[in-house]
Design a binder for this molecule. Structure first.
Ligand SMILES: NC(=O)c1ccc[n+]([C@@H]2O[C@H](COP(=O)([O-])OP(=O)(O)OC[C@H]3O[C@@H](n4cnc5c(N)ncnc54)[C@H](O)[C@@H]3O)[C@@H](O)[C@H]2O)c1
Length: 454
């Protein structure tokens, strides 16, 4: 009895055997996926799915070879049945002297293993159970990390903040809106108490120059630029100038802000656009301008001066609240992206103060929560920056209210806000005389930093 093995070939070596003619004596090695196709070795070697055949080549094409094998072949393997091998094989000319089965097996195993390894390397589809388990493990890890983080934070908070400050001596800190209010106070404190080199940006030339002079007169370093942060082009041009003239900005404080303080339908369209430009879009452009250098250095700090109006929607502050919510979202999302990309030494701080007595919100009345003093706010912000604090809400008493807001129905939240007098705060709003600063033609012409005060 004799058999003919039809062997689908996937072994590249077949190409080298194309010169083989039907009738030539050949040796083939195949691996069967079907256990029924096991060939019983004659000398007590356990059955294998992989076997070698010796026989006469019937024909071959690119994918299949047919080998006619007499049952009295000198191969030590005896075919149990007609073998239709469905996996890998390779075809080899019979060379003399004939090798032993073990030698041949050692040779022939190699290509098979290579093929098997490549099959095994293919990713296995995970079952839903495995995926659920992985998610559960990740969640457990996150909860574990949260417990660890909170425990560490509690212990760290026992250490007075000033002992945890990072050193920012000679670091370049850019403050937008440095010409008045908390912008000026932050610039002064960072320069005079902590040795930072301040770059002061403001649309208000006079106010900005005063800030520069006050810092210099007290022995600090400060460079002023008149910049309209509602203009993307002005920001990009001024950023280039600052980098060339002062150096790399290591801490960026997006502080410039405006408020209209009107009922939504009474706000002129252009003022809504201006509020969004100054309060949030400017953050996109400044961060785009300065973040690449921070990423290159692998360190830096971006501060967003938002507001509690970015946490609670308040009547007569629709445009302002929308801009501050957006600024907070921007801050949080950039931070998430930086962490995801592995930049864990570029810090972000988001500041949410309640009303501050700077003049921006003149006329505001607050029934229960006290209006904040600018100096106290600036102390907290600077301490937060120096300790890489991520979120600062002022006053702290508002934290529980914010948690409550997420838990109670909207109407309950509004009643609590009304009882605390928050909904009535803007009724007597006056703001700064003349409203938010508008750039004059001269200001716009100079708003690319040509008006550096140095
Ligand atoms: N005052 C508050 O009650 C209060 C509360 C929460 C948050 N904030 C936020 O704090 C930040 C500072 O406010 P502040 O109280 O010191 O007000 P501020 O009016 O004293 O300071 C704002 C500064 O931004 C500058 N500015 C405005 N438009 C500009 C522009 N287009 N380009 C460049 N500079 C521009 C102004 O000239 C001004 O110097 C703002 O972002 C504000 O929204 C203020």
């Amino acid at each position: 009895m004799s058999t003919t093995a039809q062997i689908p070939c996937v072994y590249d070596g077949l190409q080298q055997q194309q010169s083989q003619q039907p009738g030539n004596e050949v040796q083939a090695v195949g691996v069967s996926k079907n256990p029924e196709d096991v060939i019983q070795p004659a000398d007590g070697i356990p059955p294998l799915h992989q076997q070698s055949f010796k026989g006469t080549l019937v024909n071959h094409n690119n994918n299949t070879i047919s080998v006619h094998t007499p049952n009295n072949a000198s191969s030590p393997n005896q075919h149990r049945r007609n073998v239709s091998v469905t996996a890998n094989c390779y075809l080899q000319m019979l060379t003399s002297p004939l090798k032993t089965y073990r030698e041949r097996k050692a040779e022939t195993v190699t290509p098979t293993i290579v093929e098997e390894a490549s099959v095994a390397a293919e990713p296995q589809e995970k079952s839903n159970f495995q995926k659920d388990m992985e998610t559960a493990m990740e969640l457990m890890g996150a909860i574990g990390y949260a417990i660890y983080g909170i425990t560490v934070a509690i212990f760290v908070s026992i250490i007075p903040r000033r002992f945890r400050y990072k050193d920012i001596t000679d670091q370049i800190v850019l403050v937008t809106g440095a010409g008045s209010g908390i912008g000026r106070l932050m610039a002064k404190k960072l320069a005079l108490n902590h040795g930072a080199v301040i770059v002061a940006w403001d649309i208000n030339k006079t106010g900005n120059e005063e800030t520069v002079e006050q810092i210099r007169a007290a022995g600090g370093k400060c460079y002023g630029y008149q910049v309209d942060v509602s203009s993307r082009e002005s920001i990009y041009a001024a950023a280039e100038k600052v980098t060339a003239e002062v150096g790399k900005v290591e801490i960026l404080i997006n502080n410039a802000g405006i408020v209209t303080g009107k009922k939504f339908l009474e706000i002129p369209d252009h003022m809504i656009e201006k509020t969004m430009d100054v309060n949030v879009l400017s953050n996109f452009w400044t961060v785009k301008a300065f973040l690449p250098a921070m990423m290159k250095d692998g360190r830096g700090h971006i501060v967003t001066i938002a507001s509690t109006a970015g946490l609670i929607g308040v009547n007569r502050l629709v445009d302002y609240c929308a801009s501050k919510y957006a600024a907070m979202g921007f801050n949080e999302a950039v931070q998430s992206e930086l962490r995801a990309e592995g930049y864990d030494k570029i810090y972000m701080t988001c500041v949410c103060p309640y009303y501050i007595n700077t003049g921006m919100f003149d006329g505001v009345r607050s029934k229960v929560v006290s209006i904040l003093k600018p100096e106290a706010v600036v102390n907290d912000i600077v301490a937060g920056i120096l300790t890489n604090q991520e979120q600062i809400v002022m006053p702290r008493a508002l934290y529980p209210l914010l948690v409550l807001k997420m838990m109670v129905p909207g109407e309950v939240g509004r009643r609590i806000a009304a009882a605390l007098g928050i909904t009535g705060t803007m009724m007597a709003f006056k703001g700064r005389p003349g409203g938010p600063p508008a750039p004059s033609v001269a200001n716009l012409n100079q708003s690319t930093g040509q008006n550096k005060t140095s």
